[in-house]
Unconditional design. Structure first.
Length: 105
């Protein structure tokens, strides 16, 4: 559970760090949003270093959690209900994450 929560925190910091500049560039948001964006991206990089697995496995597993988090963002932030295809894709992706992240040593 600790590993999954760490992946989730990593994904959220990356999404927030990229979403805030999007607001500034595409939706006429205030320029000050770039400051928390930079802090969020720095936190994202730091969080990646806290994972115990080999870096390649961390990146592969993290990518799957990122996909699931992005689909949740689609619903909770963008207000768009995920399709059945989104849900199936996330399920397949998280199955792959579990296989990679929790393989026996």
């Amino acid at each position: 559970m600790k590993t999954f929560i760490l992946y989730l925190a990593t994904a959220l910091t990356e999404i927030i760090g990229c979403f805030l500049p999007y607001l500034w560039l595409r939706q006429n948001g205030p320029v000050w949003v770039l400051v928390p964006a930079a802090i969020s991206l720095a936190a994202f990089t730091w969080l990646l270093t806290l994972h115990e697995a080999a870096s390649g496995r961390v990146y592969a597993s993290y990518g799957g959690v990122y996909i699931a988090t992005a689909i949740a963002w689609l619903y909770f932030v963008d207000g768009i209900r995920p399709s059945i295809w989104d849900v199936v894709g996330v399920t397949v992706t998280l199955t792959g994450v579990a296989i990679i992240a929790y393989q026996p040593n």
